[in-house]
Design a protein. Structure first.
Length: 733
């Protein structure tokens, strides 16, 4: 959670007189083309580039650049306070230890106590070196959920860097050239989506004529052609030739190269027990060609390396870092900028503090900006409608899922002519061809559709070949000419598949997608088609995949499946128009925030309410409770009913808890004070109702049910009632 310190400091900088980019941010906001998640990321990016001079995180944290904590407000010994004031790295680690996550869980109370007790016993410089993987170069990671527009954000960063670099050509903080890596294994889906960078309109972030001027300076190269030469010959090595065409490289400005990481990192590199062999002395032509491309890229001046879906690159960490470190030795690397929607490690990593204390983290530590998935659902993603099948049979799940999709979305055509589509993930090609395709074909015919609305998309095997036009059909799914409504997939499209019209996903069994990618796969259908549109998407899961989705949501995003599926993306056009009106109206400098009254009222708890009357019979007194209502108890019951209903099924129906009109069953304890009208409570008469409904009168158990009265020998002055949640309220009688 180091990013929380960075974001806090960024906010302070942006609101200060030292900030020099307010006019650019205001222009971007007024242009209205970038999402709030993208704009906030741009603020952090410019803060790191300008205020932090694009320095490595290790250096910045050691210098205490992100420190915001007021040490004078913390309970510390005099010696510890003085030490923290004099050692910014120690103060930085202390502040980090005191941070809390979304659940108000502290990063490390043990570390806080360790620093308070013995601040001099920690090697702070070594801690931050290890925390940020020992990199000597700048490495920042931006975490935004799928659908936030990471690709356009990359483009925005590129244009902003070039804009400042053009105006300050000797400032080392700004990059002059860029290479964008897609992770290995995703070349069929990620690289084509990255080509959309070419379509980015720079006037969304820069005013004219600067936007057009910078666009003219950019040269795009997509390094996706196969090597054709048998010998190391630049003329016959297409990828090398594309870069060589920009000679002299020492003066190069504005090159944006896009390639699959596999072409640069994994090709002809061997890793064994942490040792890297690039075969640089090899006589093999393929080895020489692979190194030729790597060496040429390493000569690009002031190079910024963008890594899309960086969590995949982490799995090939040693190979990736070996190449980047080699380039950094040439003093040509400006920065490494990563992008990911799921910046989490497969297992918790320990960062040593002292011999007896380490800090565990499941996040990639160099995150500098984090935008929560749940905020995306409430803002720019479709609202997920999650259905969990109560049956184990995969075919029956697919049957129910397809029918529900067609019942709901068969006639859905979005404003730009796109039709709603369903993706069904199959564990094997054989299952897709022999079971799922015949089944889905039968269903679509029942709904009056032809089988040509089904696309089978897989890489093929000896028995079932990939059809000739399937790649073309897959590539045009987001065009109005596409007739496809249902896509059957095997090990493709789990990630990096940008299809806005995908409106449903079915995962019917284990193995339909990798265990650690259920979240990414399920969210494929959440990309919004029409900006600010009120759109929904169907996610149909078997119980096993639902459990994995819930686990990954809780571990990675600190939300439950229930919270995920109940998120509200109802940011209406009216709200947008109101915000635009507020921006245009300059009659006040007060910042105005629109709040949903429903969400505010949800947090308001009304005090318990009681109707009662007193009676006197033959010298004895009684108070009759006519009606009792508790807002808090009713809210708890409603929440329990909703949760139980979501988990119910036809085989296991759930009968909701209902409360009587009088509400007396919400009471567990009553007491009368017959001594004083104020001050200390005197319990002169008590009734407790146990879980079976029997009353305990003044501590004596009975087998009688409560009749709604509490009695006393003295005249009652005050009445106390405790509800079944433990809240007590006092009334005058």
């Amino acid at each position: 959670m180091f990013y929380k310190m960075i974001e806090n400091k960024c906010t302070q900088w942006y609101e200060s007189e030292r900030c020099t980019v307010k006019s650019i941010i205001e222009y971007i906001e007024k242009a209205g083309q970038m999402r709030d998640a993208q704009i906030e990321a741009i603020k952090v990016y410019l803060f790191l580039k300008i205020a932090c001079e694009c320095k490595p995180l290790t250096q910045l944290f050691r210098q205490g650049f992100f420190n915001s904590i007021d040490l004078n407000e913390i309970e510390l010994s005099k010696s510890t306070r003085e030490y923290l004031f004099q050692n910014p790295a120690a103060a930085a680690l202390f502040e980090y230890a005191c941070l809390t996550n979304d659940k108000d869980e502290q990063v490390s109370e043990k570390l806080e106590k360790q620093i308070k007790k013995e601040p001099t016993g920690i090697d702070y410089n070594e801690f931050f070196r290890n925390a940020f993987y020992g990199f000597s170069y700048t490495d920042y990671l931006f975490s935004l959920p799928m659908g936030a527009g990471k690709t356009y954000l990359m483009a925005a960063f590129i244009y902003l860097d070039l804009y400042f670099a053009y105006n300050e050509p000797t400032n080392p903080a700004f990059a002059h050239n860029f290479i964008i890596f897609a992770p290995s294994g995703l070349k069929s889906s990620v690289v084509p989506s990255l080509k959309t960078i070419q379509n980015f309109n720079p006037s969304w972030i820069l005013p004219e004529p600067a936007a057009t001027d910078i666009k003219r300076m950019i040269s795009f190269e997509v390094l996706d052609q196969s090597k054709t030469a048998k010998k190391s010959n630049k003329i016959k090595n297409p990828n090398v030739q594309k870069i060589a065409n920009h000679q002299p490289l020492s003066e190069l400005f504005g090159l944006v190269a896009v390639t699959n990481a596999e072409k640069v990192i994994l090709d002809r590199i061997q890793e064994k027990q942490g040792q890297i062999n690039m075969f640089e002395e090899s006589e093999d032509d393929k080895d020489r060609q692979a190194n030729e491309l790597r060496n040429l890229i390493g000569k690009l001046p002031s190079l910024s390396i963008f890594i899309d879906e960086v969590h995949h690159a982490v799995s090939d960490e040693i190979k990736l870092r070996a190449v980047v470190t080699r380039w950094a030795q040439n003093h040509t690397v400006n920065s490494v900028i990563g992008f990911s929607g799921t910046p989490y490690l497969d297992k918790v990593e320990k960062i040593k503090v002292v011999d007896s204390l380490s800090i565990g983290t499941a996040e990639i530590t160099n995150i500098v900006y984090y935008y929560p998935l749940i905020d995306g659902v409430e803002n720019f993603l479709k609202r997920p409608v999650v259905k969990i099948a109560d049956i184990a049979d995969s075919s029956l799940i697919i049957e129910k899922g397809v029918r529900e999709f067609l019942d709901t979305y068969k006639d859905t055509v979005y404003a730009d002519g796109l039709t709603a589509k369903l993706g069904i993930y199959c564990g094997t090609i054989e299952k897709l061809e022999e079971t799922v395709y015949p089944q889905v074909s039968r269903i679509v015919v029942e709904y009056g559709l032809g089988t040509d609305v089904i696309l089978k998309f897989h890489k093929g095997n000896k028995q079932y070949k990939m059809s000739a036009d399937s790649q073309m059909q897959f590539d045009i799914l987001d065009k109005s000419i596409s007739k496809i409504r249902i896509v059957l997939l095997v090990q493709i499209g789990k990630e990096g598949w940008d299809c806005r019209s995908l409106t449903g996903i079915i995962l019917s069994q284990e193995g339909d997608c990798p265990t650690n990618m259920v979240l990414q796969t399920s969210c494929r259908c959440l990309r919004q088609v029409i900006k600010n549109g009120q759109e929904t998407a169907l996610i149909y899961l078997n119980e096993s995949n639902a459990e994995k989705l819930n686990m990954q949501l809780e571990r990675q995003h600190h939300i439950s499946l229930k919270e995920f599926s109940s998120a509200d993306n109802s940011k209406t056009t009216d709200e947008v128009e109101i915000m635009n009106f507020i921006k245009e109206d300059d009659s006040t400098t007060v910042e105005i925030e629109l709040r949903d009254l429903k969400s505010i009222l949800d947090d308001v708890v009304i005090g318990d309410y009681a109707e009662f009357h007193a009676e006197e019979i033959a010298g004895r007194y009684a108070v009759a409770i006519d009606k009792f209502m508790s807002d808090r108890v009713l809210s708890k019951i409603a929440e329990f009913n909703q949760k139980a209903f979501l988990n119910s099924s036809a085989k296991k129906p759930y009968k909701q808890i209902e409360i009587s009109e009088e509400g007396l069953e919400l009471i567990e304890f009553l007491s009368l004070d017959c001594t004083a009208t104020g001050g200390e409570w005197h319990s002169d008469s008590e009734i407790q109702i146990d879980k079976n409904g029997y009353v305990i009168v003044d501590g004596n158990k009975t087998k009688e049910f409560w009749d709604g009265y509490i009695r006393s020998t003295k005249k009652p002055l005050r009445l106390k009632i405790r509800n079944i949640c433990g809240d007590e309220t006092v009334w005058e009688v």
